[in-house]
Design a protein around this ligand. Structure first.
Ligand code: ADP
Length: 440
């Protein structure tokens, strides 16, 4: 095997030439015998080449190469060994692929591979149970044709997949699934799907519990507050010393009522994905009325509240929910801005959709609080909260309303200088006043 074939070949050629010359010496025809010798050698080489070609073309996977002499035998063997090595590597690779496929098939979570156009390429067994994919019919089908939930299409078409999507399973309404999408390679997608029915049920129980407790507490609280009011009206006749205590009770009762109302509103917002009414809302008019309420709330603080609104831009959605969200932002600005401060409300539209911003010259918020500000009951400063009588639920309500209207909120703030809360609504949510009047 490790023979020096270079030297051997030269030796063979020298032997051939010497043999031919000897024959030439005997016969007297040097030229002819040399030509005949080389011709024979060429014919033999061509024959070996043809045998090799034949074997390469027709051999069975494990068939040994034909026997060959000298260098040709070595060439046959080398090719044969190369092929065997290649087969072994392929076998090992196939074993790895089989193991990966077996392990993913055993997974409870679904794994789906999609090509750059969103067509199904490969999926495991769990994908058949969770998404109802059928092997092999669905191969090459667009995933949006098979998972037909409207929120899935929206989710799939967006640019980044920071958050997972939770929807009911297409095979069974009672099963909740959570989908994670990741881009890889040449804009291909990897989709992971988990069954989160149990977590969803627990979450639902928590929501129902809060909603039920709030609902049950509302009636007794209304009765208590009603009697407190009557008692306060006649406090002089009953016992004048109770006046202060009764006033504080009434004030705290009022706070509890606002808290219950906010909790109930949040529970209602969480119950569905989108508002049931999706009518174009005149945001300009809505903001005008919120502004005059804010002016009243401001009262002796005498803040300067300005409104600049593009009245031609309407928003599809629920007027009641939008009123609640926008008034929370404006009333917060009034609450957290000192007397004589400025509050600027703006409503405008551009290529990216419609935008509402509420800017104040108030106390501002430290940047470390900004990421958590929309959490329920999150307070920047609890003492500040009790002064303003807030519930700590206002911004959580705003966040939910915006989510339901395909919008997001941006908060920028400088402590001591003021804050700006901006809501960005997607173009799909915007309606033009002209179009509406034409339709009417
Ligand atoms: P609250 O009912 O306490 O106002 P929110 O959820 O509306 O609850 O607001 C959460 C917290 O965010 C508030 O306690 C307050 O500290 C802060 N905050 C909200 N809006 C403003 C604002 N415009 N300026 C300064 N701080 C604000």
């Amino acid at each position: 095997m490790n023979q020096n074939w270079h030297g051997t070949l030269i030796r063979h050629m020298l032997l051939l030439v010497t043999g031919c010359l000897v024959i030439g010496l005997i016969t007297g025809y040097y030229g002819w015998s040399l030509a005949a010798g080389l011709g024979l050698y060429l014919a033999w080489t061509l024959k070996q080449l043809l045998r090799l070609h034949e074997w390469l073309r027709l051999h069975q996977p494990d068939e040994a190469p034909p026997d060959g002499y000298g260098l040709w035998g070595e060439v046959f063997d080398s090719i044969y060994h190369l092929q065997r090595r290649d087969q072994r590597v392929r076998g090992r690779l196939q074993a790895v692929i089989d193991r990966v496929q077996e392990s993913t098939a055993a997974l409870k979570d679904a794994v789906i591979m999609l090509d750059s156009d969103g067509n199904l390429e490969w999926w495991n067994r769990a994908a058949e149970t969770l998404l109802g994919l059928k092997t092999p019919q669905d191969s090459g089908q667009p995933v949006t044709n098979l998972v037909r939930h409207p929120r899935f299409k929206e989710y799939f078409e967006q640019e980044s997949y920071a958050e997972p999507l939770e929807i009911p399973s297409p095979t069974n309404d009672r099963v909740r699934i959570q989908l994670y999408l990741t881009r890889y390679g040449n804009n291909e997608h990897l989709m992971l799907v988990r069954d989160v029915t149990r977590i969803h049920q627990l979450e639902q129980m928590r929501k129902d519990f809060i909603a039920n407790v709030s609902h049950e507490l509302r009636t007794p609280l209304t009765v208590i507050c009603g009697y407190l009011e009557t008692l306060l009206d006649n406090v002089e006749e009953v016992n004048p010393r109770w006046s202060r205590a009764l006033q504080q009770m009434q004030q705290q009762g009022g706070r509890m009522q606002t808290l219950l109302n906010d909790l109930l509103l949040l529970a209602k917002l969480e119950a569905t994905d989108y508002p049931s009414d999706n009518q174009p809302v005149h945001i300009g008019t809505l903001l005008q009325s919120i502004k005059s309420d804010a002016q009243q709330l401001s009262g002796s603080k005498n803040q300067k509240i300005t409104l600049e609104a593009d009245t031609s831009i309407l928003l599809k959605g629920s007027e009641a929910e939008l009123r609640s969200a926008f008034s929370n932002l404006v009333f917060n600005a009034v609450k957290y801005t000192p007397a004589e401060g400025n509050i600027r409300i703006r409503w405008w539209g551009d290529d990216q959709g419609a935008h509402l911003s509420v800017q104040d010259s108030g106390i501002g918020i430290d940047s470390k609080h900004l990421p958590r500000l929309t959490e329920r009951f999150y307070r920047v400063d609890s003492s500040r909260n009790s002064n303003t009588g807030g519930t700590g639920l206002g911004l959580a309500i705003v966040k939910h309303v915006l989510l339901r209207h395909r919008a997001r909120m941006e908060i920028s703030s400088v402590p001591g200088h003021g804050s700006t809360f901006t809501c960005h609504f997607a173009p799909a949510q915007v309606a033009q006043a002209r179009v509406i009047s034409a339709a009417e």
